[in-house]
Write a protein that binds this ligand. Sequence first.
Ligand code: AMP
Ligand code: ZN
Length: 146
Amino acid sequence: MGAIPLRPVMGAPSTPCIFCDIAAHRAEAHIVYEDETTMAFLDIFPFTDGHTLVIPKRHVDRLTDLQESEYQPMLRTLSTICRRVERLSSDYNIGVNQGPFAGQIVFHLHFHLIPRYGPGNPFLERGRVRLDESAAVGIRQKLASG
Ligand code: AMP
Ligand code: ZN
């Protein structure tokens, strides 16, 4: 008989997870929104100013690992953050990378919200720069309320 694959317990990461740490306030982030089950914070290597990540606090790798009861709170927070991002630009991308070949590097479900400010394509530019702390404070002020 072949080896039985080990399955991680639902909701518990098999390895340390930076987004779980942020969700639990064990790691720092520029948090723009938080409720009981979801959170949004600025991406540390933004494609554009205001690049924000929206997560469920409970660890799941992928969208399809969410329970149905989590859909509504997740989508509500996503919509809330969309409305706030529209203060920066009416144009933005919403994206989810699922799996390493799709570019997922953090295996805790997250929605990217990436404001677009003009015709240039930030995804084609090389060398993403780490979030500038003083700029982040200004962006967070614009996104953190209402
Ligand atoms: P993905 O490629 O979809 O897995 O995206 C992961 C995103 O998480 C990347 O855009 C990273 O810049 C971002 N990221 C990784 N670590 C942190 C962190 N500690 N705080 C904020 N964003 C992070
Ligand atoms: Zn996690």
